[in-house]
Design a protein around this ligand. Sequence first.
Ligand code: ZN
Length: 139
Amino acid sequence: MAKPADTRTAGRKPVAKATRSAAETDKIRAALAARRDELRAEYDQTLSEITELQRDRLTDSAGDDQADTGTKTFEREQEISLANSIRERIAQVERALERLDEGGYGWCERCGDPIPVERLAAFPSATLCVKCKQLEERR
Ligand SMILES: [Zn+2]
């Protein structure tokens, strides 16, 4: 993915564990909170789909053969595992918000650089900056 490289500002590397400005912390918090709300909406949606599937199974199973029943059970299991993974992601975002308040969130574990807000919003559990992540994957 080509991204405009505005991170290399004239060779001045930020000092490891630099402080992040309050404005930036607010931005991260807002991004994480938005992500959490999004995930919660997704979770509610998935739950209501599970309820619907379950209702279909109960009301509309008279003419079902075994294959239909199997499909519905499979669909329901899929929905449930989806719901569980969304719930896990919500928990990750909530943990991230807690760590953010403690000041221990959003720093690359390898180089100590701040991880960009956009990356944290997309991957709340990210512990490496993009550069280090790519190095890691190349090994
Ligand atoms: Zn890094």
